[in-house]
Design a protein around this ligand. Structure first.
Ligand code: HAM
Length: 416
């Protein structure tokens, strides 16, 4: 709805300004892709692919699904356009709708919108890129007006480390499988990581009994993780380490993170991300193994839900509302002034009904215009208009004799 769109526009324009500060370029990918892309990238056993993929059924075209997220499509587009041949590092951002077949509830929708970034390329390996991406995610949320966000981070390590962690988890869980919920019983074989972030109390109880530390990490991943944490501290980014944060998608390795907000209920994640050094290889094959990546996405609906009401009151930016008191020549002249103001780049509107001053004033107030220009029979005779400052109540009579609107433009600019 238009009243809500103002807050969306505000978030999107702030995001674009910050992306420009950080030198990220926009990428727009299709809303649907081949289903196989998501299966290969997110993993056959992830909840998104298993339960939430919205596949398109059509007599002519088979095998397409609405995109459940942006990362897979962006890496696909990156490879298809051979961007790695053009630059070593691509810093990309996107804003748009994603689709998941979930049971809708507060903060969980079947069509929702993400603001995200993906940093991809043969030289996307620097740990300062991990730091930049996390700093950027927190900066965006702060600029949107969300102060009390909690950043949780963890390190999954490289592919071997991840395997060690899943073997360890299976070992620890193998005698307790029957105590897990039905979903997690299935996850035990197919996607044991997901058991760690199941919200079911009986699964929580089982998981709480498992000791989790970074013992599975290789020396290299451990050092890298330590170094990133130091950079975050130097940049005054508060975080907590959460060994249970594993993320349910196959493509992640090394650092993963999630940002939550206390103003939200059970669906409290406003954003999440992580590194995906193998994704380009999953999608493009062996020859693409040098291409690394990291990114995150923030859920716009959840950000808006978490914002305080005061921060949602965004005023429209109408400059001038013309009150036209009469018919015929008065309306014609008012429309002329309206066109002249608009041609000068001043946002303006007018009342086309020609009813009483009182009722038009009411509409002008409601429109949130900063200034009103009043034009009636008397003004036309005297070749003037009356300019009223809506907040301060002051009025000025301004000549428009000889169709010279410059005095009016100057006064309007002075007051806006
Ligand atoms: P994700 O954790 O699936 O990650 O989603 C990121 C954010 O999107 C969530 O934290 C949440 O705010 C929002 N979100 C997800 N599902 C819904 C829903 N059904 N309704 C409302 N909001 C939702 C990803 O999508 C990854 N692609 C992030 C990433 C980018 N990793 C690397 N690059």
């Amino acid at each position: 709805m238009p009243s809500e769109s103002l807050i969306w526009q505000n978030i999107e324009s702030k995001a674009r300004a910050i992306f420009s500060q950080f030198n990220y370029k926009e990428i727009r990918t299709p809303l649907f892709e081949e289903t196989g892309l998501f299966k290969r990238s997110l993993g056959q056993t992830s909840d998104i692919v298993n339960k939430q993929l919205l596949e398109l059924v059509s007599s002519k075209e088979e095998g397409f699904a609405l995109r459940p997220e942006g990362t897979a499509s962006i890496v696909r587009a990156y490879l298809e356009n051979s961007i790695d041949k053009q630059e070593n590092l691509s810093k990309l951002f996107y804003i748009g709708p994603m689709f998941r077949g979930e049971r809708p509830q507060k903060g969980r929708l079947r069509q929702f919108n993400q603001i995200g970034v993906e940093v991809i390329g043969p030289s996307a390996e620097s740990l300062f890129i991990d730091a930049e991406v996390i700093v950027l995610s927190m900066k965006l949320l702060k600029e949107f007006g969300l102060d009390n966000c909690r950043l949780a981070i963890n390190c999954l390590g490289n592919e071997d480390d991840k395997k060690k962690l899943s073997d360890y988890l299976r070992e620890k869980l193998k005698d307790k499988v029957t105590a897990l919920c039905e979903d997690c019983q299935n996850r035990f074989e197919r996607n044991v990581f997901r058991i760690l972030d199941c919200k079911n109390p009986s699964c929580r109880a089982v998981v709480d009994g498992i000791k989790l530390d970074s013992a599975y990490l290789s020396e290299e991943s451990k050092n890298r993780y330590e170094a990133i944490k130091n950079i975050l501290r130097e940049n005054k980014i508060d975080f907590i380490e959460s060994p249970r944060l594993v993320r349910g998608l196959d493509y992640y390795n090394e650092i993963v993170f999630e940002i939550s907000n206390a103003n939200l209920g059970s669906q409290d994640a406003v954003g999440a991300g992580g590194r995906y050094n193998k994704l380009a290889e999953f999608i493009g094959g062996e020859s693409k193994r040098d291409i690394k990546g990291i990114g995150f996405s923030l859920g716009i609906e959840r950000i808006i839900l978490a914002l305080d009401e005061t921060k949602k009151q965004i005023e429209s930016n109408l400059g001038v509302y013309i009150i036209s008191l009469g018919q015929g020549e008065v309306t014609r002249r008012s429309f002329e002034v309206l066109t002249a103001l608009r041609n000068k780049g001043i946002s303006s509107d007018m009342n086309f009904q020609g009813n009483s001053l009182k009722s038009q004033m009411r509409v002008a107030n409601k429109s949130n215009a900063k200034l009103a220009v009043i034009i009636g029979e008397d003004e036309i005779k005297k070749e003037v208009v009356v300019l009223k400052d809506m907040a301060q109540g002051e009025q000025f009579e301004i000549s428009i004799a000889g169709n010279d609107f410059n005095n009016l433009f100057n006064k309007v600019r002075e007051r806006l």
